[in-house]
Design a protein around this ligand. Structure first.
Ligand code: AGP
Length: 601
């Protein structure tokens, strides 16, 4: 997704903007640009295709001065990857500069109706917006604020935007507006900033004000003025983010993904401390949440990608420990193909970012229908946490790598604790989770084994399978996503019993099939299915729990409660994906075509 940063009141603002863009790189992009108002030195607009490092190099010999500016990383939607399509976009007369995250659905209609005769420089919807502001400012003699609001009033309801605008006639001011695409305003004594993601500007401030849908803000170096949809001035307190800027750095790690795989153990301990008291009673989950779930007759877990996979695991906990039937749905499907709901549904949204557009679409519908909902997310103060009835934190710390790892295991842990709290299960969950955390560390400390497995099983391979049954099938789809999304090896996660109903035809000499065997009820069956593919030439790799292990298994996992085995089984899959990707010389943290937070549908 596109990334936005802006700042005013910072001496030599350019380095802060470029550093902010570097912090946003994990979101995925294909071009970048910056505008700095240089006062008497004039306006500086620099844009480049590719990485922020190219943009940085392009600014080096331009002696860019200035204390206010805006910058952007673009993930192409309307218009190809080119310098002309990169943001900031400039109005025809060079007065206005605009960056945008989102999509203006009716931009071509606006172009045809209002911008006849304007020489457009790009194929983008964003340029239409900045040219409209220019037009309304001149022809209707409107202030920049009113010209911006008039442009916004013309956008159709399905449009999404995070706008950050500068006008070189008011050089210290920034104008921000937002609908669906998140924007935060950072406030400090020295300077004020605007950003798509707080992590980008933590070097300047840890205090932020949330901009809500339909609102507009005018920001200068001393103050922030908020206006509601009707243009009425409103007040809003800032919130303090307890994230130290260093937490968003890689430190000694070569990649964020490896750091975040390692951090899973700390996260498990953090969650245990947060959600259990010294007597192993659950705490920090409001009784209202427990009661609302108890009052329901069916749970609907809704999520995307890895979070959806965490829901497949959590379903088992809710059904086993609460006795409430539980469905798990992919957000983008549920949003437009809602199944017949029970009489008293309760919705659980799982999300690392809290901003996934597909999940937000479902939450909008759920709220409109008046149903109760809970968001379990890593980024609190995000749209999904704010708009659901209830919210619970994952406390995993910033997850920067596109491939989600610690958020997945954190989601599984919080689902287990919640189900345990609702169902008063007999399991000594605090102790079982503590054991799982210890064993997670044991596995993480054996990275060399997974480096070897990745080399032996996946080198020069273009396809692979992860198979299992029950909870192992749930982990298999997550294992497959990890491998395919960063190594680009076409990988399927498959219910082992289903292979013989068609897909086994894909098995040929050397096809890597990684079998997961941690569930005693089906271990024999899965080993039979592994034997079937092996008989057809597959190169099989078995990852089994100790109590179910056999000689020649590639890796033996320590034993914990079978229901919690996904916390262990996923770690080899994360590390195998990591090493397979390194073997291919690919960027582990920033795979092609992908964004960390998919904030458009
Ligand atoms: C997981 O590795 C991917 N990055 C992706 O599937 C991600 O889990 C999905 O986009 C959902 O994001 P969310 O958890 O922030 O809602």
């Amino acid at each position: 997704m596109c990334g936005i940063v802006g700042a005013t009141g910072v001496n030599q603002v350019l380095p802060s903007l470029l550093k902010g863009l570097e912090k946003l790189e994990y979101r995925g992009y294909d071009s970048a640009g910056v505008y700095v108002n240089g006062g008497k030195d004039g306006d500086f607009l620099v844009r480049e295709k590719g990485r922020v490092s190219r943009l940085k190099a392009a600014t080096e010999n331009k002696h860019i001065t200035g204390t206010a500016g805006i910058a952007h990383t673009r993930w192409a939607t309307h218009g190809g990857v080119s310098v002309e399509n990169a943001h900031p976009h400039m109005s025809e007369d060079g007065r206005f500069y605009l960056v945008h995250n989102g999509v203006i659905e009716n931009f071509d209609e606006l172009r045809d109706n209002y911008l006849q005769g304007v020489k457009l420089q790009s194929e983008t919807d964003t340029e239409i917006a900045v040219q409209l502001i220019d037009k309304f400012s001149k022809e209707d003699n409107l202030s920049t604020f009113d010209a911006l609001r008039k442009m916004i009033s013309l956008l159709d309801d399905n449009s999404a935007y995070g706008f950050l605008l500068m006008d070189n006639e008011t050089p210290d001011l920034m104008y921000a507006a937002k609908k669906k695409s998140p924007l935060l305003i950072g406030v400090s004594d020295q300077a004020n900033v605007v950003t798509s993601d707080a992590a980008a500007m933590l070097d300047i401030t840890q205090d932020f004000i949330e901009l809500m849908d339909g609102e507009v803000a005018i920001i200068d170096k001393e103050k922030v003025t908020l206006f509601d949809v009707q243009g009425k001035q409103i007040e809003r307190e800032s919130f303090h983010l307890d994230i130290d800027a260093s937490e968003t750095d890689k430190g000694v790690y070569p990649y964020y993904m490896l750091k975040e795989i390692d951090e899973q153990v700390i996260v498990a301990h953090t969650l245990s401390q947060h959600y259990f008291d010294d007597d192993a009673n659950v705490q920090n989950i409001d009784d209202e949440i427990i009661d609302a779930i108890k009052a329901s007759d069916r749970l609907y877990i809704v999520a995307a990608g890895t979070s959806y996979h965490a829901g497949l695991v959590g379903k088992r906990y809710f059904e086993k420990w609460t006795g409430i039937p539980t469905e798990v749905h992919i957000s983008s499907e549920f949003a437009y193909d809602q199944p017949l709901l029970s009489q008293r549904p309760f919705f659980i949204f799982l999300s690392q970012s809290g901003e996934t557009a597909d999940s937000r679409e479902v939450l909008d519908n759920v709220v409109k229908q008046g149903y109760p909902s809970l968001t379990i997310a890593n980024v609190m103060n995000s749209t999904l946490t704010r708009e659901a009835t209830f919210a619970l934190p994952l406390l995993a710390g910033p997850e920067i790598a596109v491939a989600s790892t610690k958020a997945y295991t954190a989601q599984i842990i919080v689902e287990a604790i919640l189900a345990h709290a609702v169902g008063n299960s007999e399991v000594d969950l605090k102790n079982e989770l503590a054991k799982a955390a210890v064993e997670m560390q044991v596995i993480i400390d054996q990275k060399d084994k997974f480096k070897i497995i990745a080399e032996q099983a996946l080198k020069n391979q273009s396809s692979a399978f992860y198979i299992g049954r029950g909870l192992d099938a749930a982990v298999a789809v997550e294992a497959a996503l990890k491998l395919k999304e960063i190594s680009y090896i076409q990988t399927e996660g498959f219910a082992a019993g289903e292979l013989k109903h068609g897909t086994i035809s894909l098995i040929e000499e050397g096809t890597p099939v990684l079998g997961l065997v941690t569930q005693s009820k089906t271990a024999g069956l899965v080993r039979g299915e592994i034997a079937q593919v092996s008989a057809r030439g597959a190169n099989t790799v078995i990852i089994a729990s100790k109590s179910l292990a056999k000689a020649n298994d590639a890796y033996v996992l320590p034993d914990v409660d079978e229901l919690l085995m996904p916390l262990l089984t996923v770690i080899p899959a994360q590390l195998i994906a990591y090493y397979a990707t390194l073997d291919r010389g690919l960027d582990v943290d920033r795979p092609r075509n992908l964004a960390k937070s998919v904030t458009v549908q």
